[in-house]
Design a protein around this ligand. Structure first.
Ligand code: NDP
Length: 286
């Protein structure tokens, strides 16, 4: 079966969180407890689970959270007013607006309204621009988590062929920038890519961020490649609960890859740890 090193995101995120605890203590000692404001609009069940999980992890490392739950009927202007308050509040170091926002709320306007120095998700155009220039302030959490996993795999991207599948603003594009800054030769594939299989076959590093269960077949993976699977697809497998599948056909890919992230337990836990690392950095810089 698998010859690949399994990249355990749970264990790696725990290491990162343990390191954060010391930095949190140092902030507290100078009277600035790192604080993340979490804004959740509406009743999306998956968003509620994500928010709870972020708040629980934050509490474990001593980061304070301030919950801002708003009804699904909230207008863009009402949400902008709440963010303005949080921007002005010196006790708040990071602001997270849980996506997706209800239909009718202008997501781009909302994300642009967050003070870039409190934008711990790294979605503000200032922060995306700084990343592009190679002088990042806050790097989006999932892309940052992917890079930490690649590093943990002992893979230096320099000179390697990296393939990013997916070009979203929150995962695909920023992770491609990070790989470029790490001197990889980067290809970005998307829904119009003509021959995805051929692109995958020549890649030394593959970051899959598509949202299509097992789109990337195991037999396409180049022997020894590093595979980072961001995809989280809930699929009905006939059991009482849906099964969580990645964008990569895991078992078959693990038989060929040099290293691979499982789903769940790979990228997901790293995303939260990187978010909290950004909150601590924001508190240190405040
Ligand atoms: P988006 O839906 O925003 O983007 C998906 C991308 O995949 C698009 O660029 C799209 O191309 C591309 N795509 C769609 N179909 C194909 C195809 N057949 N071949 C190649 N490319 C294709 O998704 P996100 O980036 O937000 O998320 C991607 C996945 O990662 C999801 O499963 C999501 O749940 C998961 N995720 C996991 C996180 C974690 O912490 N583990 C965090 C964030 C996301 P085009 O642009 O042409 O439409």
């Amino acid at each position: 079966m698998s010859g690949a090193t399994i990249l355990d995101g749970k264990a790696l995120s725990k290491q990162l969180l343990d390191q954060l605890a010391g930095r949190v203590e140092a902030c507290k000692a100078r009277g600035a407890t790192p604080c993340l404001a979490v804004v959740l609009v509406g009743d999306d069940p998956a968003s509620k689970i994500y928010v709870r999980s972020k708040e629980r992890r934050a509490a474990k490392v001593g980061i304070a959270t301030a919950d801002h739950r708003l009804p699904a009927t909230t207008t863009t202007d009402e949400l902008l007013a709440r963010i303005d308050e949080l921007n002005r509040d010196d006790a708040v170091h990071g602001i997270l607006v849980q996506l997706p926002l209800p239909a009718g709320v202008d997501e781009q306007r909302v994300l642009r309204s967050v003070d870039p120095r409190k934008d711990v998700d790294g979605f503000h155009p200032d922060n995306l621009g700084l990343l592009m220039l190679g002088t990042p302030r806050f790097v989006a959490c999932t892309p940052q988590g992917c890079m930490r996993l690649i590093e943990h795999a002992g893979v230096d991207p320099s000179g390697k062929r990296a393939l990013v599948v997916g070009r979203s603003n929150i995962v695909g594009k920023p992770v491609a920038q990070l790989l470029l800054h790490a001197n990889a030769t980067v290809t970005i594939a998307h829904s119009r890519t003509q021959d995805l299989e051929a692109e995958v076959r020549r890649a030394d590093i593959i970051v899959a961020a598509v949202g299509r269960p097992e789109l990337i077949r195991g037999e396409w993976i180049r022997a020894g490649a590093c595979v980072i699977d961001v995809g989280m697809n809930r699929v009905d497998a006939g059991g009482p609960k849906p099964k969580l599948l990645g964008d990569v056909e895991y078992e078959a890919a693990a038989a060929r890859a040099g290293s691979i992230t499982p789903v769940p337990g790979g990228v997901g836990p790293m995303t939260i740890a990187c978010l909290l690392a950004n909150v601590v950095s924001a508190a240190e810089q405040a």
